[in-house]
Design a protein around this ligand. Sequence first.
Ligand code: AMP
Ligand code: MG
Length: 521
Amino acid sequence: MEFSIKNVFSAELPADPNRNNTRRQVMESCFSYVSPRIPGQPSLVHASDEMAKALGLSEQDIASPEFLKVFSGASLLDGSDPYAMCYGGHQFGQWAGQLGDGRAINLGEVEHDGKRWTLQLKGSGETPYSRSADGLAVLRSSVREHLCSEAMYHLGVPTTRSLSLCLSGDEVLRDMLYNGNAAYEKGAIVCRVAPGFIRFGSFQIFASRGDKERLKQLSDFTIKHYFPEVKSTGTQSYLDFFNEVLNRTLNMVIEWERVGFVHGVMNTDNMSILGLTIDYGPYGWLEGFDPGWTPNTTDAQAKRYRFGNQAPVALWNLYQLANTLFILVEDAKPFEEALERFKKDYAEQKFAMMRSKLGLALEFEDDPVLIDRLEQVLQLTETDMTIFYRALAGVEKERDAGAALTVIKQAFYIPEELDGEIHEQWTEWLEQYITRLGREDLSDQERASEMNLVNPKYVLRNYMAQLAIDAADSGDYGLIDDLYQLLKQPYAEQIEKEKWFAKRPDWARHRVGCSMLSCSS
Ligand code: AMP
Ligand code: MG
């Protein structure tokens, strides 16, 4: 394995001088040096060949003993001086103080094809930021992170990636439902990959401590390495930086809405400054379209992180970042203007995104009404979001609403409910949609091809990940690779894999891991 490790982050930013791995408040530092824990009996469960290729690694590299050693934390690459990052965050709206990488350890950066990537092991033991937890991760949550990161990438959603999934060979004690039933589970380690892992909370921690010098250092570093579009200097550069973070964050949320993804824990420590989806925990995919749905059991009451609240929460998080960067700018007005812009930009971008999902290339005045109305009819009876939009591409503009209803019928969970008033409302919407299609220049076929590029056929449905976990738990990794391969081409027809283009099976409706997920991981 030919890999040359660079240490850009750790060379340019202030390090914690204490190299002891003791839990503590770490002041005036962006990170602490710490070594990954040696796994008891590591084994490779799965690797992403696409991610490997992007790093310049071959199939032979993946199969080599060295790959397993390095990405399970058993041995270090030459030049690697691993470290855990310091950050804070607002959790569920409350300032939580120092959090940091409690179980993530950066190995360093590598460059390939003109791109620089940071490699990070998740689940490889305690760090100074572990607080009262063990620094480990279990197989179930690691399968979910590995598969979903790669699936999101292939969907075209900004995301951190995953190179590999290893078993540590050690057991990890977890109380999965936080109900006093702790049990041993298999320990696992994912190697996450991203240009960088800096979070909103990485800046917040310094602001909370009044450490302006470190805040400036980290901001300058982030702009220099990750925001080439920021051309200004001095105070203006922090404002341009903030505006760009806002743009990227907004784009990420719009993309989540497009594919039906619910992050589940949008705390400010889980917000990448690069606008990447990060920290795959109790996330979920919409099955029945429901803006009020959250997969996270910890959030079942307040539903702060429900599907339909992701844009407002992103904005709330951006307010917290603005409060932080204000220290460098000392003028609130330009931040207020930027934050004010968010709502307007969101509305515009959501409108464009929804038109693309509906196959509307042209723009007409009453389109917003058609779109709003659709979000209502989709909730009249449980309607599978993915199947609905995919089937909608089959509606023909020369035929009537009855024919269209037959085309989309497969998306309804209880087709019998499509009666009376509900039937009427659907018919009415489809009539409006067909009339609207009549004003488009594209043929049905051309429109369908366009729609099928934005409406995925295959997503990582909650129950699919759970099936892969169940199999993996008993030592069969075949389904992990099947799903990984399927989700490499989420927009393509894959006739032999059609069984995954189906509504959630009944057994999965209330099963833990399929419809309910805790933060335990
Ligand atoms: P999360 O909810 O996964 O975003 O984690 C919130 C904070 O808790 C972060 O600082 C994590 O690094 C830390 N954390 C989560 N799980 C563990 C664990 N098993 N051991 C140590 N720290 C953890
Ligand atoms: Mg986190």
